[in-house]
Design a protein around this ligand. Sequence first.
Ligand SMILES: *[C@@H]1O[C@H](CO)[C@@H](O)[C@H](O)[C@H]1NC(C)=O
Ligand SMILES: *[C@@H]1O[C@H](CO)[C@@H](O)[C@H](O)[C@H]1NC(C)=O
Length: 187
Amino acid sequence: MVKIYLVIFFVILVAAEERSCPNFKTRNNWEAKDPTTVEYQTFPVPIVIIHHTASPNCSTFRECATRVKNIQHYHQVTKKYPDISYNFLVGGDGNVYEAVGWHKVGTHTVGYNNRSIAIAFIGNFNDELPVPEALQAAKDLIQCGVELGEIKKAYKLFGARQLVKTQSPGLTLNAEIQEWDNWNPRP
Ligand SMILES: *[C@@H]1O[C@H](CO)[C@@H](O)[C@H](O)[C@H]1NC(C)=O
Ligand SMILES: *[C@@H]1O[C@H](CO)[C@@H](O)[C@H](O)[C@H]1NC(C)=O
């Protein structure tokens, strides 16, 4: 009996260890405003899209949270979107910031919003790469999404500029993600 319990205990321990979900900052943590509307999507989604915000970068929680709030303000007030456009953002502090979050439709990539998760790196990555902690956080987030059943195991990864007319996620970052698992040359 004791043996069986021990085995079960270790199986649970190993399962817990394998979760790759990175540090999360929730909407409450960064003091998000409420969305005007929420639209849900069917999950797991088949597509992951990498963006950059093309706005100033950040390296501490305080700084990154302010950036995220400013982006939400710009999207809700100026662009009249229901919420901040992305599903998640990643800061130079290595944290993932919950934007619209899992299984919700964002407003990031016309034609792809209702079947994808968009992850935006805070900053402009035309001429430089995000810090290694941020790159790792994004990879962990994708893996975490697969484990949670939010992203298909055989998902396709794209840079936004492959799908719509934009520079996002920046030329340097766009080259980097071509080395990542599941990157696809064409939609
Ligand atoms: C932010 O951008 C500046 C200027 O390009 C760069 O020197 C710095 O390393 C960047 N910080 C992070 C955390 O990416
Ligand atoms: C996404 O939206 C398009 C256009 O409205 C629609 O044709 C498509 O069926 C939708 N896809 C999903 C997975 O809901």
